[in-house]
Write a protein that binds this ligand. Structure first.
Ligand SMILES: Cc1cc2nc3c(=O)[nH]c(=O)nc-3n(C[C@H](O)[C@H](O)[C@H](O)COP(=O)(O)O)c2cc1C
Length: 369
């Protein structure tokens, strides 16, 4: 578990690759044997990163084609590590020589340069690029397929971009049907249009905007999670913060809970159709670090894209002189649309890990043949 390249205890993922290196990939270790899994299952998730409108996301049409190198035999997982990767066909390393000594404000360039010196792969942010999240999506595809066998569904969508908020509370059906029909990955078509406009306006001004992604995990059984330091909310929050540009995470009522009275915040228990449920879900489906049986509801706040064409102050580290920077190249004027499948994947990965740990999933699916 050195150097922060791996996460998980029973469903362990190790990510490799750099933004402008040869490839980006992931090794998933701990996936039970007997899960039907094909390249198509992973490709389907990767394709969610392809911009519907390149002007809304980045001009780089990341047409990533997955290759599975190991862990699958006759269309099923074997229980061995699953290694998948995509080749970086569109990498243009030379494009980043200009920023080698001139850190972009808001990006990881400066602390990376001080920590790793000349050994850091600065091209496109190297290991600190949003492109690394391709690996999260590939591992997330495996996790989602696994969770699906146990009836768990994880769905994410944009609820806010710039200052434009999603106007309605979408149903699960609307989220499934509409999210990927819109360029901004928002299930309400009207709000989506306004979100697009706010991105285009920022882009025209050489600027960027941030936003909020909400994620719902349905049908998670009661009791997934471990006490204290391995609580489900802590692990979900940790991995969400591992997504570059995520600056805030909240569950259920989140920060609003601080302004409620106990009587307002408590989710009261009732019996519906013979099942214990709660009248509200201010807890976001997690109590005491364990799933409560209600949908897990988590939100991640993403900052505006740091690389912007607008002129900003920085320092030329080679001369130790103040200078100005306008970041060129293919950057997303808003990270949210591409982050939606990433957030979905991250939540699925943590849930798969915890469901295995809590014994809700066997090591060999369907028993040994
Ligand atoms: C899917 C995704 C795409 C991103 N695209 C860009 C981008 O085009 N340009 C950029 O400057 N930052 C982009 N970022 C954000 C940076 O990677 C991030 O801000 C940087 O690594 C610093 O990390 P921090 O914001 O978590 O502190 C992206 C992040 C994600 C998750």
């Amino acid at each position: 578990m050195l150097e922060g390249n791996s996460i998980g205890k029973n469903f362990v993922i190790t990510c490799f690759g750099e933004s402008h290196g040869r490839c980006v990939g992931v090794v998933v270790d701990g996936c039970p044997a007997g899960l039907p899994l094909s390249e198509q299952d992973i490709q389907k998730e990767l394709d969610k990163r392809i911009p519907l409108k390149p002007e809304i996301v980045s001009a780089r049409r990341e047409k990533d084609v997955v290759e599975i190198l190991s862990g699958i035999f006759n269309g099923f997982t074997t229980g061995a590590p699953i290694c998948t990767l995509v080749w970086n066909k569109e990498a243009i390393p030379g494009e980043y020589d200009l920023i080698k000594d001139v850190p972009r404000p808001g990006h990881a360039d400066y602390p990376v340069r001080i920590k790793y010196g000349s050994f850091s792969d600065y091209r496109g942010g190297g290991r600190f690029s949003g492109r690394i999240t391709v690996a999260f999506v590939m591992a997330g595809a495996v996790a989602k397929k696994l969770l699906g066998l146990f009836g768990v569904e994880v769905l994410a969508y944009a609820t806010e971009i710039g200052k434009v908020k999603l106007r309605t509370t979408p149903t699960l059906e609307e989220i499934r049907k509409n999210t990927y029909k819109t360029a901004v990955r928002c299930p309400d078509l009207e709000s989506a249009k306004e979100m697009e406009e706010v991105i285009l306006k920022a882009k025209k001004e050489g600027d960027s905007v941030g936003g909020i992604v909400e994620c719902i995990a349905s049908n998670v059984p009661v009791g997934v999670g471990e006490p204290l330091f391995d609580s489900l909310d802590a692990d979900v929050a940790k991995m969400l913060f591992d997504v570059p540009a995520v600056k805030g995470v909240e569950f259920g009522a989140g920060f609003k809970a601080a302004r409620l009275k106990g009587s307002e915040n408590n989710d009261q228990y009732v019996i519906r159709d013979g099942k214990i449920v709660t009248l509200t879900n201010n807890a976001g489906g997690i109590l005491g670090g364990l799933s409560s049986g209600m949908p897990i509801l988590v939100r991640a706040a993403l900052k505006p894209t740091p690389s912007i064409p607008k002129e900003q102050k920085t320092v030329d580290l080679s001369k130790m002189e103040e200078t100005l920077i306008r970041v060129k190249g293919r950057h997303d004027p808003c990270i949210v649309p591409k982050a939606v499948p990433v957030i979905e994947s991250v939540v699925a990965i943590v849930l798969a890990d915890h469901m295995l740990r809590a014994g809700f999933m066997p090591k060999v699916l369907g028993g040994q043949k």
